[in-house]
Design a protein around this ligand. Structure first.
Ligand code: GDP
Ligand code: MG
Length: 177
């Protein structure tokens, strides 16, 4: 039986996409390091973090890519999408435009990524109850229409963050076997 250095039998590339300041970097740092930052540090370029998850008893190494929303250069976007098995398409439930723009992100994804890619629509900042502009039902029905998984998260309160990543990896894994 063949094993790599990390003892993971499977390797999945995941990407975070969505408008600037929706919380992509904080979802990643919450998931990987249990950290959250209040300041908005616009991600410069592309970074990735790896984390090994156990799904159905099987170790899976997830390599999660995070890019700034300003990465418009096609060569960078292509490299970003290339070989990705899954994506978290994130919007901010308090800013309606970021939800509208998920349509554009999805079109870009479908133009440049593997058609079998598993995508989860993520409505982040669910902690800011008083200024919700995108209702859960609206997000959910858009996800259903587009055949996406759906979850609402709060990187601030660590609500459903683990679930968003783990379910995505589990769905990719279960699609493959
Ligand atoms: P990115 O540009 O998509 O990577 O967004 P960031 O992760 O840098 O977050 C942008 C801003 O939103 C920062 O000021 C964060 O503190 C804030 N933020 C991120 N996630 C949440 C959340 O779940 N709830 C709240 N209230 N603020 C958040
Ligand atoms: Mg960022």
């Amino acid at each position: 039986e063949e094993r790599n250095n990390n003892d993971a039998h499977h390797f999945f590339k995941l990407i975070l996409i969505g408008d600037s300041a929706v919380g992509k970097s904080n979802l990643l740092s919450r998931f990987c390091h249990n950290k959250f930052t209040l300041e908005f540090n616009s991600t410069v370029g592309v970074e990735f973090t790896t984390k090994t998850l156990i799904i159905d008893g099987t170790p899976i190494m997830a390599q999660i890519w995070d890019a700034s929303g300003h990465t418009k250069a096609r060569a960078i976007t292509d490299a970003y999408y290339r070989g990705a098995h899954g994506a978290l398409l994130v919007y901010d439930v308090t800013r309606h435009i970021t939800f509208v723009n998920t349509q554009k992100w999805l079109a870009d994804l479908r133009n440049h990524a593997d058609p079998n890619m598993v995508v989860t629509l993520v409505g982040n900042k669910s902690d800011v109850r008083q200024s919700v502009m995108v209702l859960t039902e609206v997000g959910k029905s858009f996800a259903e229409k587009e055949s996406l998984y759906f979850v609402e998260t709060s990187a601030l309160r660590a609500t459903h963050v683990e679930k968003a990543f783990v379910d995505l990896v589990a769905n990719i894994y279960r699609n493959q076997i």
